[in-house]
Design a protein around this ligand. Structure first.
Ligand code: SF4
Length: 460
């Protein structure tokens, strides 16, 4: 039997799809890139804004004729469109879908397949050890998480969810309603997951959570993110460790010092501000002020040398005036952050902002504000990246892109270089930068290919 998964949305969805694929392969299914050739078709959905939700529904309707043609095809819908509650309305609206899977939980589809008589041909361990002895160079004894076959021994960088859900309930955000209350995975389970990935060739792990720096807060006397970083850091064979997304209120001094101390933890922090105006932040219920955020950025830079910082911005939140938007623009000009992901506000069902505040900023104005922030960031990041000219950097190579190798520096800068003399995928390359732009850089391999500066090579 073959399966096909289409994934929309964030890294958490990518990790959820990977876990689903892993479970399906334990039952003996193989991946196919062609939905028409699949016996099991799953759509992993995102509803963070109206755009991705529309896209997911339109894809679902596009796939519907497959079921009419062959009623034996099993259809699954997963993720935030489904949510953690019984999806009665979806069942009524899309009766051709066989099963609805909440985010991060593939068990309903696995059970359905088992009920229909699909069982692993042999015991799980034996099945995989046998295949791996012949197909890859990696030993999988005691593996807790088995990558789908097409990624095993191929994937350089993987995501590991460490905390599901969110308790914060920012007024614009649908995530708490769809992914439920926060639930941390145990240290042991996460470590086993990470060790299994490294045994299968993964060199870089990114720990994931809606508020990743709240890891362990839901467990009485529970561990914290710094404890987890130390444990994962000690896995032999792991080269780099990252985590995202942080909330400004939980980026503790201890966490920042741990990043600075542990060599494998990369100097890159994703910490959204969302708006550069106190009144807008209050109505978003973010729990901090612009000055708090400013002080946090100063502290991050003081404690983590050569750090790069990414933020998220929402433009056109209900009632956002031109002056308030200008506050966001001015703050980004002042702080000079490495990345700003900009989204236009879109009212989401059940959220406080959708029910309390009219969506009164016209679409064209939201678009203008988005472009203004993008243009500003392009200048800011262009200037930050120009400081890398002539500098050596360490690049973890992810893949070959056309004629060039593509990878990232420790602080998440995208670098391309050319070299036909060897296979670089999964290797650390030492590269000297000769061209920079806001979104990427070009470099040449260092003749001796040894880094001449310590740390991450960042110069800003
Ligand atoms: S912190 Fe706020 S924006 Fe982030 S997932 Fe939770 S509710 Fe949504």
């Amino acid at each position: 039997m073959k399966y096909h998964i289409t994934t929309y949305g964030c890294q958490m969805n990518t990790a959820d799809s990977q876990r689903l694929a892993s479970e399906l392969e334990k039952l003996g299914l193989c991946a196919t890139p062609d939905a028409e050739a699949a016996d099991v078709v799953v759509l992993n959905t995102c509803v963070v804004r109206q755009g991705p939700e529309d896209k997911a529904i339109s894809r679902l309707m596009q796939l519907k004729p497959l079921k009419t043609k062959n009623p034996d095809v099993i259809f699954g819908v997963m993720g935030c469109l489904v949510g953690v509650r019984e999806p009665k309305a979806l069942r009524e609206k899309f009766p051709f879908v066989d099963t609805f899977l909440p985010p991060s939980d593939p068990s309903a589809l696995v059970k359905l397949l088992q009920q229909r008589g699909v069982q692993a041909e042999t015991g799980r361990e034996d099945y995989w050890l046998e295949r791996d002895a012949t197909e890859t160079r990696y030993a999988l004894q005691d593996a807790d998480f088995i990558l789908p076959a097409h990624e095993r021994g191929q994937l350089v960088s993987a995501h590991v969810p460490i905390i599901f859900g969110c308790n914060h309930v920012c007024t614009f955000c649908v995530i708490p309603y769809r992914r439920g209350a926060e639930r941390s995975r145990s240290l042991g389970e996460i470590a086993a997951h990470a060790r299994s990935l490294v045994a299968q060739g993964v060199e870089e792990i990114t720990l994931l959570g809606q508020i990743v720096d709240r890891y362990g807060y839901d467990i009485p006397d529970g561990p914290r993110l710094p404890d987890l970083l130390r444990i994962i850091h000690d896995i032999d064979g792991l080269e780099r460790l990252r985590f995202l997304t942080s909330h400004p209120n939980y980026l503790s001094d201890e966490l920042l010092d741990t990043i600075a101390e542990l060599p494998k933890v990369c100097e890159h922090i994703e910490v959204p501000i969302q708006a550069g105006d106190d009144e807008v932040l209050r109505r978003m219920k973010r729990g901090y002020t612009v000055d708090d955020y400013r002080a946090l950025i100063e502290k991050i830079r003081a404690r983590v040398p050569n750090v790069s910082i990414a933020t998220d911005i929402i433009v056109g939140f209900p009632g956002e005036t031109e002056k308030q938007f200008q506050g966001t623009h001015d703050l980004l000009q002042e702080l000079k952050l490495d990345v700003a992901h900009v989204a236009m506000y879109s009212p989401r069902p059940n959220t406080a902002s959708a029910s309390r505040f009219p969506d009164d900023v016209p679409h064209a104005e939201k678009e203008r504000r988005r472009i203004a922030i993008d243009d500003l960031q392009s200048e800011v990041v262009g200037a930050i990246n120009a400081k890398f000219l002539g500098q050596p950097v360490e690049v973890l190579v992810e893949e070959k892109h056309k004629t060039r190798w593509k990878g990232r520096t420790r602080n998440n800068k995208l670098v391309f270089f050319e070299d036909d003399t060897r296979e670089w995928k999964g290797q650390l390359a030492h590269v000297k930068i000769y061209w920079t732009g806001p979104w990427s850089m070009l470099g040449t391999l260092e003749a001796h290919n040894a880094l001449t500066v310590s740390g991450n090579g960042s110069v800003h």
